[in-house]
Write a protein that binds this ligand. Sequence first.
Ligand SMILES: Nc1nc2c(ncn2[C@@H]2O[C@H](COP(=O)(O)OP(=O)(O)OP(=O)(O)O)[C@@H](O)[C@H]2O)c(=O)[nH]1
Ligand SMILES: [Mg+2]
Length: 270
Amino acid sequence: MAKKTTKRSKSSKAKTARAKSSRAKTARAKNSRKRTAKPKGKSSTPKKKAVKKSKKSEESFVIRFVRNFVRRMINNMFAKKKNIKLGIYGPPNAGKTTLANKVCQDWIGEKMGSVSKVPHETRNVNIKEEVTIKYDGKEMGFNIIDTPGIATKIDYEEFMGFKMKNKQAKARAKEATKGVIEAIKWLDDVDVCLVVLDSTENPYSQVNVTIIGNLAARDIPVLIVANKTDLKKSNIKRVENAFPQYDVVGISADKGKNMEEFYESLFRLI
Ligand SMILES: Nc1nc2c(ncn2[C@@H]2O[C@H](COP(=O)(O)OP(=O)(O)OP(=O)(O)O)[C@@H](O)[C@H]2O)c(=O)[nH]1
Ligand SMILES: [Mg+2]
């Protein structure tokens, strides 16, 4: 019995010692945490601390401002200049591609697409990117978008009049129809627009009114180009009277006539 008692008291003594030492450890740890969190000394008075804090935050604000300013400067230096998306719209055969070619030849020395007296020569939207045009000391970058001619009716028999076989004429009509849809879809993506009209023809057509009405509804700035002024039947006044609310410039894209005034009008538009 006595042995048992001694054993129990020994183990309970050991337990008490372990508990004591663990309590001491916890207390030391608490103290050390306290010391780290709140250092004592003269400089720790609340007022001085607040001044230090505000100085620190002022400093970090200045550093942040300078760092962001430098970052913005670097980004601007290397940022790609935004090109203006210039849509070229109009009825078939008005000379849209001839004008696109003239502009590209003037500024990048290359052509954009094929030209033909057969309507609907352009049946896909063609884009020439990053064409820089200069006028009167100013410089602007354009993505030139040449579109298929817009028509309300496409008849394959019309192409057969240009010595095309039935199958070829039907295929062209199908492609031309798709092209019109593609051109209309692209209206969502253009920033400014040239509407090219054949100045020898009646401007009051359903197609012309639909194109210009569509652009007006979308608030897209429009310059009307009365093309083919080299031809005797050309009548710029008639185009101006048909669309009095728009700037009209008369040119011959084919002969390169009045291109200076064209570029001036284009820069005025933007
Ligand atoms: N006389 C004259 N003919 C021109 C002028 N511009 C274009 N043409 C002619 O008009 C025809 C049609 O020219 P395009 O440039 O293919 O016309 P488009 O508007 O692109 O036609 P689509 O692609 O069919 O919609 C071609 O025979 C051109 O040579 C011009 O200023 N004067
Ligand atoms: Mg064309």
